[in-house]
Design a protein around this ligand. Structure first.
Ligand code: ATP
Length: 569
């Protein structure tokens, strides 16, 4: 983990070293001060001019201050750079994860890892490292100086420091553990908050405000409790160091006093020794603080690594020239389950869709229809059997090419916050204005665009709340069409559309099917009766394939579905 932490520093090591050197110069200036003070005292005692030592002392003070300020700025700058780098890396990985892994993660917690945990890296990797190095330098310097003053006193000091240092060492892992739990609690708070905000209207409609407030509040309280644990251990470590110096001071005063009385030590050396002892307070404090920050950084690093260590989707160059003719697909004894501990969803699914025309997938809820789309898009990998697109095993397709070949409209037709134009161009950034307007017309969105105050530039609100369900669906279709897919996958929403919207949708689908292959999961008779072929799925298998009339004649399940589900709708 420490190696991982340092990997984040590597790109910034130049500036960090510079900042560190400035810090060292600042420390050196500080280190020289007691010695200069001793010269001032000696000069006083020996009746020499004090001007020289005093000027040297003043110069050391000024240089120390300026250099330290510059060093601090460079550190902060590096810190921001490190946080930026960590965020970029994490976000980059986040968008390349496999869908199956993301299913298990909580969006709110991910958000907190990107925003919160990365911030924790800043302190440890800049101030933490540099201050600790500077502090170690000062510590060693002070100890060397102390050794030249009096070996016996040094021994007394070191003994006390080592004992307390051991204690602090015991505390550190506890800080790390508590810090990780604190960050996890913050992540959990993000997760529950996200859950409630995603279903804001449902929360209100269910009268669940108080309960959700309590749930988020509990998570916040847990985060506070864990934070208090961190604070407790941290202050204990602080007190231990403070005590170390105080005890060392008393011991040195007693032993040193005796040695001065016996003539083994001159008084100016004892004064300088005590000054050095006080100079130890700051560096020891900084080292302890650095160690505490290291624990916090390690805790954050663990949480960041948990995401970065997840496998990414295979990256393929992609040929970019995808062609434009409609493609056919084939499922051959496909076996699939969402996880090893999950029930089998596809248990030998076989069917074929020739290029062009409209094919409908129908079947009871949970039959595995949407899963067909998920497998085609390779959101998940099927365990057995073969799926081909355009005669080619989808495992051999470069992922980007495969997805560029398919246009996919999800069941709940997601619309993203932003303008209508941004939403339409989401999958095809370089579509021309003409293509855009054509897609708008084809999906019968022109009325809507004409009605909206700012036309295509109108903001659609968070998740498109300012649009109706039917409009959202057609926006999603237009978006998929702008990508010029060779196969359109349309997961028709189960929600009832009104007659006008349904007619429009039917027209759109028929038009698109004239140009490309359309595979639609149908919940409406209108879509089904028009289809060139219908694939009836039931309990993870394909039960029958045929046209509406054929199937009504020979398939009981289809007849029943048609009688209840489609016709009643
Ligand atoms: P509907 O018509 O209601 O949309 P469907 O035929 O499209 O149903 P699928 O969405 O393919 O059905 O789901 C088939 C089964 O797989 C269901 O039992 C469902 O619980 C399960 N399932 C779907 N998505 C996931 C997922 N991401 N992780 C785990 N199980 C899932």
């Amino acid at each position: 983990m420490i190696k991982e932490l340092l990997a984040h520093v590597r790109p910034h090591r130049g500036i960090l070293v510079l900042g560190g050197l400035l810090g060292l110069v600042g420390s050196a200036a500080g280190l020289a001060m007691p010695l200069l003070a001793k010269y001032v005292v000696d000069a006083f005692g020996e009746d020499r001019s004090m001007a020289g030592p005093l000027i040297a002392l003043s110069v050391a003070v000024v240089i120390g201050a300026v250099v330290s300020a510059l060093g601090t700025y460079l550190m902060e700058r590096t810190g921001e750079g490190i946080v930026l780098g960590a965020r970029r890396r994490l976000v980059d990985r986040l968008f390349r994860l496999k869908v199956a892994d993301v299913d298990r993660l909580k969006p709110g917690d991910l958000l907190s890892r990107v925003t919160g945990d990365t911030t924790l890296l800043r302190a440890v990797l800049t101030n933490g490292i540099v201050n600790s190095i500077g502090a170690v330098f000062m510590l060693v310097g002070a100890i060397v100086m102390m050794a030249t003053m009096d070996g016996v006193l040094l021994l007394v000091t070191l003994l006390v420091v080592v004992v307390i240092g051991g204690l602090v060492g015991l505390i550190m892992p506890r800080i790390q553990r508590a810090q990780k739990q604190a960050q996890e609690a913050v992540g959990e708070m993000g997760a529950v908050l996200d859950r409630s905000l995603q279903a804001y209207r449902t929360v209100k409609a269910s009268g669940a405000e108080e309960r959700e407030i309590a749930v988020v509040g509990d998570a916040a309280t847990l985060a506070r409790d864990k934070g208090l644990q961190v604070a407790g251990w941290t202050s204990l470590a602080g007190v231990a160091t403070w005590m170390a110096v105080q005890i060392a001071f008393l011991c040195v005063l007693a032993v040193g006093g005796a040695r001065v009385a016996s003539g083994a030590l001159v008084i100016s050396s004892l004064i300088a020794f005590l000054l050095y002892l006080f100079y130890l307070v700051a560096p020891i404090g900084q080292i302890v603080e650095g160690l505490v920050q290291l624990q916090q950084g390690l805790a954050a690093m663990k949480r960041i690594k948990e995401i970065e260590d997840l496998p990414a989707e295979p990256v393929s160059a992609g040929s970019a020239v995808a062609g434009s003719e409609p493609v056919g697909i084939r499922f051959e004894d496909v076996v699939f389950r969402y996880g090893d501990d999950r029930p089998i969803v596809h248990d030998g699914v076989s069917f074929e869709v020739p290029p062009g025309g409209l094919t409908a997938l129908v079947g009871p809820s949970g039959a595995g229809k949407s899963t067909v789309f998920a497998l085609l898009e390779r959101f998940y990998e099927h365990q057995d059997g073969m799926i081909t697109v355009d005669g080619r095993d989808i495992r051999d397709w470069p992922l980007a090419d495969l997805r560029a070949t398919l246009g996919y409209v999800e069941q709940d037709a997601p619309v993203l916050a932003g303008t209508l134009r941004e939403n339409l161009l989401f999958a095809a950034q370089d579509a021309t204005e003409e293509e855009l307007l054509r897609a708008v017309a084809r999906t019968r969105l022109d009325d809507l665009v004409a009605r909206l105050p700012e036309g295509l530039e109108t903001a659609v609100g968070h998740r498109g709340v300012l649009l109706s369900g039917g409009e959202r669906q057609r926006v999603a279709i237009a978006r998929a069409l702008l990508r010029k897919p060779r196969l359109l996958l349309l997961d028709e929403a189960t929600s009832q559309l009104d007659a006008v919207n349904e007619l429009r949708l039917r027209e759109v689908i028929a038009e698109v099917a004239a140009e490309t292959t359309v595979l639609v999961i149908a919940h409406r008779l209108s879509t089904v009766t028009n289809a060139d072929r219908i694939v009836v799925m039931e309990a993870g298998g394909v039960r029958a394939v045929g046209t509406h009339d054929e199937l009504v004649g020979r398939d009981d399940l289809y007849r029943e579905l048609a009688a209840t589900q489609f016709l009643v709708g």
